[in-house]
Design a protein around this ligand. Sequence first.
Ligand SMILES: [Zn+2]
Length: 387
Amino acid sequence: MRKLGAALVGLSSLLFLFVPLTQAEIRYEVGRVSYESYSDYTRVFIGLTPGTGYVVIDLRNPPRLKVNLYPANLSSVSKEIEVQDRFVKKVRLDQETEKVVRVVLDLNISDPTSSVDLSGDGSRLLIEIRGPEEDLVAAVLKEKEAPIVKKEEIPSVTLPQKREKAVYTIVLDPGHGGKDPGAIGRSTGLKEKDVTLKVAKELARLLKNEEGIRVYLTRNTDRYISLDRRTEIANQLGGGMFVSIHVNSGYRRRATGVETFFNSRYSYGEGAEEVAARENRPLGSENVPDEAKLIIWDLIQDEYRSESNDLAHIVQKEMVQTAGREDRGVKSAGFYVLKGAAMPAILVEIGFLSNASEERMLGKEDFREKIALGIFRGLKRYYENKW
Ligand SMILES: [Zn+2]
């Protein structure tokens, strides 16, 4: 079964062909929008001016896929294309800000798998929506088993009630990994990537026991993941919180203690810029995000800035108290790994590998457990208030 549909979004993209423009005068237009319906997936095509960047956000309740295009101009204020097939209800486009066009696919299925890709020449964006698939990341940590209700305990008249509380998804991001070791301790050679993974696993263990919490790790082995992929995973999982775990390496060897960051366009707090600069350049990273992507990512996290700020303060306080560490405070700066997160997002620096005594502590399980417990208490306080 195949259905073809098309809609013309902008005539100006045709005019564009006949008017010679210099590089500086390029107008980034959103062109023709069309779709193809198949029995097992739907494809939506959006014509673009090559050079247009995009960011994808999965949204639940109701299920939608949002794609922000930047820079991009829509010739009309808004546009709607009715699809009404198995996967997609309709496609909506509107000019969100001066240079950002928002594309929203209203979906007919609650658990979609999606992929978004640019054509080789950058002139077309292809969005594909399929049914649910076993997510590899989702399988990283097994969900708590559903409670088994014995047959005789089921009331004879009413059916078992659905759980009222929504499941709250927390995505933990152990910093670095694989070819990117992060900071390395001078006295024992302890690597940041190993410490962050151990702390994240411990934290996941604590969170897994909480009712209504689902926890995922962006990695659970020693492997390299790019910074943008980490946030992408969190967005795809529909995370309610994103926590990136890191270990500091100081400008001064004496520096000790813990600090928590959230993303902002301007740096705030002593040393914040240096920390961001270091964390934004993982060893062996091939592609540094371009300016357009960074701006659009900022727009996404901006919506959660005040919540990220709250979360950072709560976690920082609990971490300091539980682990008895020096309080370096909450700071903010531009962190690639936080920018694109469509949820409250923080980055914790749990100690200094550049300090010999903290390096020894970070190598010990009981210290890492205390840090994990501190972060856990902070997250718990935050989501309990949110509910
Ligand atoms: Zn790091």
